[in-house]
Ligand binder design. Structure first.
Ligand SMILES: N[C@@H](CCC(=O)N[C@@H](CS)C(=O)NCC(=O)O)C(=O)O
Length: 196
């Protein structure tokens, strides 16, 4: 397996984290985003979207961090990472969608603005991020994991950019249930450190 990766990307980290949690290894191929390597023809042949991460397994490229988590869980992970009853599949899809939309346009974008100096509407991104931080904090008030009573790919997809939200200028102190959830994730065997 190869992971086409950029170390500081939270989406790439999601995949590295999950590989660690399920005890799998991948050869890391660094894509130099700073110099536009993701838009060169050889990379576009792998991922026409021109983005990392890309996982290549048995010669087959897979794109989008959420899709890669689902693939890895079904192919290599224990059942609890992606339970297949209809309700769990539906609930998990809801969180994967939140990761790709609200989290991406909120906490992740605010981080890109402050950490990488990208021109963005910082206030708007931070406002969106706070809505998600509040929502997830409230959801976790009476449960340990986002779906069911064990960690799933939903936790792995939503965790990275919320845990890195301080790098987007967000204060995490008002969200104690998030803090407790972060600690549970840190304690999982195979946990991989955040890319700060
Ligand atoms: N939905 C995609 C988003 C991927 C994405 O936004 N990747 C960023 C790095 S975090 C990227 O490659 N940006 C470079 C570009 O778009 O040119 C995923 O979850 O993997």
């Amino acid at each position: 397996m190869q992971l086409h990766d950029f170390y500081l990307s939270g989406n790439c980290y999601k995949v590295r984290l999950f590989l660690g949690l399920i005890g799998q290894r991948a050869e890391i191929v660094t894509v130099d985003l700073a110099h536009g390597a993701q838009k060169r023809p050889e990379f576009l042949a792998l991922n026409p979207r021109g983005q990392v991460p890309v996982l290549v397994d048995d010669g087959q490229p897979l794109v989008d961090s959420q899709a890669i988590l689902v693939y890895l869980a079904r192919r290599y992970g224990d059942e609890h990472w992606y339970p297949q009853d209809a309700l769990s599949v539906g609930l998990i899809a809801g969180w994967l969608s939140l990761a790709a939309n609200e989290v991406h346009h909120g906490a992740a974008r605010a981080r890109v603005g402050l950490k990488f100096g990208r021109e963005i509407d910082l206030e708007e991104a931070q406002g969106r991020a706070r809505q998600v931080l509040e929502l997830v904090n409230a959801h976790l008030a009476d449960r340990a994991w986002l779906v069911g009573d064990q960690p799933t790919v939903a936790d792995v997809a939503v965790y990275p950019y919320l845990a890195l939200a301080d790098e987007g200028g967000l204060d995490l102190a008002p969200y104690p249930h998030l803090d407790a959830w972060f600690a549970r994730i840190h304690a999982l065997p195979g946990y991989v450190d955040l890319p700060r």
